[in-house]
Design a protein around this ligand. Structure first.
Ligand code: DNO
Length: 360
C-alpha cells in the first residue's frame, strides 16, 4: 500500500471546481467529500451517498474519505439528545461503510469550526489568503460569525458555519457555559468508546481534526491543540480505529508545535494528512501561504519527509491554498493553488521514493 493523494470537493452545485478539473491534477485518486446539506445529528441515507458514488464513478475516483460527518452539539456537551445522536452517527457509519468509506474526519471544536478574521488578506505577491488576527478574537463572537457568514457566496456552504447553527449562537454559548475542558474530554472519550465496536467491525477509522487555531477562543475550551493532547486521546481510547486527521496548518499555527515530530511519533494512527503552510507574525497573528516550505513556518519539507520515512499509507491532501490567478472560489479551496501544492508534495514524495530505491 502507498500513500493516497486526495482533493477536497464540496459537491455538485456546491463547488466552483468540477471533477473533470480535478481529474487533470496528476496523482489524485481520492475525492474527499461530504454531504454538505446535512445538519449535525442527521443520519446520512444510503440513497444520498449513492448519488455521490454515481458522480465519482466515471472519473475512477474513490470515496474512501469523508470530511466531515459533523458532531451534534448535544454529543459535545452531553446534552439531552446525546444517546439519539450517537445512535444516528453509528447508523451513518454503517451506511457509509457499505460504499467503501474507510476514514471519517470529524472535529470536536465547541461552537465554531476553523476560525479566521480575514478570508481574503492581500499577500505581497498579489494573491489573497486566509488570515488570523489575534486581537480580533476577543469578546464578541457574533461579529466574527457575521463576517464569515457574509462571505458565503452563491449559496455555497461553509462547513462548520451552518447559518442554522449560527442563528442560535447565544443558545449554543449557553449550552457550553457549564462545560469545562475536563468535561469536554470526557464527552469526547464517551463518544469514541460508543463508536469503536462498530468501527472495529466495519474497518472504519475515526480521524479527529485538531482545533483550528490550537488554543481557546471566546472562552470556549479547545482540546486537540498539541502533542500532549494527541498522546492523551490516542492512549485513552487505544484502538487502531481511533485515529488522527493530522492538520499541519492547524497545529503549526502555534510555533511551539512541531508537526514533523507528531508524524514520527504517531504515524500509524494518522489516517488522513492535511498539508498546509502558515507564516507567523511576532504578535501571534498568522496567514496561510503557498505549500512551498520556505514561504511559511510549518516545515513542509520535514513534514512530508516524516510521512515518507515512516511508510505512511493513509490519505493526504493539500489544505488551504491562496486565491491566485483571479480565481473565484471558496476561501482556501481554489483549484489552482491546491493543485500547485499537490505537485510540490508529490515532487518531494517521488524524489524520496527514488532515493529510497537507491536510484537517486
Ligand atoms: C477547514 C477544515 C475544517 C475541517 C473540519 C473537520 O478548512 O480543515 O473545517 O474540515 O474541522 O471536521
Amino acid at each position: 500500500m502507498a500513500m493516497k493523494m486526495g482533493f477536497r470537493w464540496f459537491g455538485e452545485g456546491n463547488d466552483s471546481i468540477s471533477l473533470a478539473d480535478i481529474k487533470q491534477i496528476p496523482g489524485v485518486t481520492s475525492i474527499v467529500w461530504s454531504l454538505h446539506h446535512k445538519l449535525p445529528g442527521e443520519v446520512w441515507e444510503k440513497e444520498e451517498i449513492a448519488k455521490v458514488q454515481k458522480q465519482l464513478e466515471p472519473y475512477g475516483f474513490d470515496m474512501d474519505v469523508v470530511e466531515s460527518v459533523n458532531i451534534h452539539d448535544d454529543i459535545k456537551t452531553a446534552g439531552p439528545g446525546r444517546a439519539r445522536y450517537i445512535e444516528n452517527y453509528i447508523q451513518t457509519i454503517k451506511n457509509l461503510s457499505q460504499f467503501g468509506v474507510k476514514v471519517i474526519c470529524y472535529n470536536f471544536m465547541p461552537v465554531f469550526d476553523w476560525t479566521r478574521t480575514n478570508l481574503f488578506f492581500p499577500l505581497e505577491d498579489g494573491s489573497t489568503a486566509m488570515y488570523y488576527e489575534k486581537a480580533m478574537i476577543q469578546d464578541d463572537p457574533r461579529q466574527m460569525a457575521e463576517y464569515i457568514l457574509s462571505k458565503q457566496r452563491d449559496g455555497m456552504t461553509f462547513p462548520g458555519w451552518e447559518p442554522e447553527r449560527m442563528a442560535r449562537l447565544d443558545e449554543l454559548f449557553a449550552a457550553y457555559r457549564g462545560v469545562s475542558k475536563e468535561q469536554l474530554w470526557a464527552n469526547l472519550i464517551y463518544f469514541l468508546e460508543a463508536l469503536m465496536p462498530v468501527c472495529r467491525e466495519l474497518g472504519v477509522k475515526m480521524a479527529i481534526h485538531p482545533d483550528d487555531p490550537p488554543w481557546d477562543i471566546f472562552g470556549l475550551p479547545r482540546l486537540i491543540i498539541d502533542e500532549a493532547a494527541i498522546d492523551k486521546l490516542l492512549s485513552t481510547v487505544d484502538d487502531p480505529h481511533n485515529c488522527l486527521t493530522l492538520c499541519s496548518g492547524s497545529f503549526s499555527a502555534n510555533p511551539k508545535n512541531n508537526v514533523a515530530d507528531m508524524v514520527r511519533k504517531h504515524c500509524k494512527r494518522i489516517a488522513f494528512a492535511h498539508v498546509r503552510n502558515v507564516r507567523h507574525y511576532p504578535n501571534g497573528d498568522f496567514v496561510e501561504v503557498s505549500h512551498r516550505d520556505r514561504d511559511g513556518h510549518s516545515g513542509i519539507l520535514d513534514i512530508v519527509k516524516a510521512y515518507h520515512d515512516c511508510g505512511f499509507e493513509g490519505y493526504m491532501r493539500p489544505d488551504h491554498g491562496r486565491h491566485i490567478w483571479n480565481e473565484k472560489c471558496r476561501p482556501g479551496y481554489g483549484l489552482y493553488d491546491r493543485a500547485l501544492g499537490i505537485m510540490y508534495m508529490l515532487g518531494i514524495w517521488d524524489m524520496l521514493d527514488k532515493l529510497k530505491q537507491g536510484k537517486g
